[in-house]
Write a protein that binds this ligand. Sequence first.
Ligand SMILES: O=C(CO)COP(=O)(O)O
Length: 243
Amino acid sequence: MPRKLAAGNWKMNGLRANLKELETLAQRHSDASVDILICLPTTLITTCQDTLFDIGGQDCHTAESGAYTGDISAPMLSDAGATYVITGHSERRADHGETDQIVAAKSAAANAAGLTAIICVGETLDQREAGTTLDIIEGQLAGSIPDGATADNTVIAYEPVWAIGTGKVPTLEQIAEVHAHIRAKLQARFSDGADMSILYGGSVKGSNAADIFAVPHVDGALVGGASLKADDFSPIISALEKG
Ligand SMILES: O=C(CO)COP(=O)(O)O
């Protein structure tokens, strides 16, 4: 069975003062029946070592160490207390020119350091309107997931680019179609592909979470804006627990 995972991605948000949101969240979900992960800005990861939740980074370099000013390696994230890292988020693909090949190398580096990689895929609005969504996703999966991926070290996140931070959410049928396609491709390539978690991400809120979690092959969510405040993230976690 895929693990159920409520994952927050704080992106480039959060100062130490904001960590009180996690304390509030921990009080409300101390006996959660699902995995809860917060992907923090790197500056906050060490501060958070004693938290109840799993902690993740938002990117890592392909190399273990070296002359890469400003970058963070997977062993560094692990050393700081992270157990997950997001790879191939559309914001990094767009802003930093990350290709599928780079994403696969980063994911392999994450796995080699003992981190679970959350590998993101998703179509743009133009691609959705051109009817090429499933082809795009298939290509991204084939190119971005390293051969050594397993259900233990890899999670897939389907994040339609046009749904991120926009308040626009695909229909439940559209989510179902893509998640079923992802599941089929994972099963065709990996012996434990049936057990890899597939998250949905893009404008998930307390008000739409339960419906999204009822969609087959949606094993959780990767949440941006609504993960920053305990009052917003808490209902999403509760919906996943009930789903
Ligand atoms: O990009 C996302 C998570 O990685 C989704 O962001 P929003 O939940 O803010 O739409």
